[in-house]
Design a protein around this ligand. Sequence first.
Ligand code: DC
Length: 207
Amino acid sequence: MTVLKINIAIDGYSGCGKSSTAKAVAKVLGYTYIDTGAMYRAVTLYFQRNHIDIYNEKAVENALKNIEIRFAFNESDQKAHVFLNGEDVEEQMRTPEVAAFVSPVATISSVRRFLVHQQQEMGKDKGVVMDGRDIGTVVFPDAECKFFLVADIDIRTERRIKELKFGGIDSSFDAVKHNLIERDFIDSNREDSPLRKAEGAIEIDTS
Ligand code: DC
């Protein structure tokens, strides 16, 4: 019997529980979970390490030619890690330094084209749960199931602090809250694929 697979798009602000939800849904359905934020973070890490001037279009386009991103399942913590040019950067890309720089990087159209193409390839045979900011609007506008998550800013801040602490990073409430508000603003107001609730998406307040 052929089991028909679908794609599930989960969009929303940072810290609304997108990745926890997507991971759990993928596990239940036996689908592949793809964290697209991790892809933007890996590109950001590459730019930081190689001192790429993100306001120089040519430099960004040349740098993208040297970036290869893939996911591989890690047995020890039972989750997919992101690999940047063959190196597992799961930890390095979750730092506050990357968080501070990732939203401006995600405004760059060439970066978005580069990553969106890869995301569409990953989902072309269906059976993926993908979370991000533009999955239901741009990457898979035809996804059979779309969700848009929202949550109270203070609760999102607490969640992010807990997540960072789990990774061994202590951070202040105000600094994390400020970073979330700033990223929400940039993500929602950029010209290319701003964060929006997709048509037909089901909104869930996870507060
Ligand atoms: O989900 P996250 O916090 O790891 O995402 C990091 C940044 O990447 C976020 O500020 C916005 C950007 N992003 C995006 O523009 N489009 C996506 N599909 C996923 C993330």
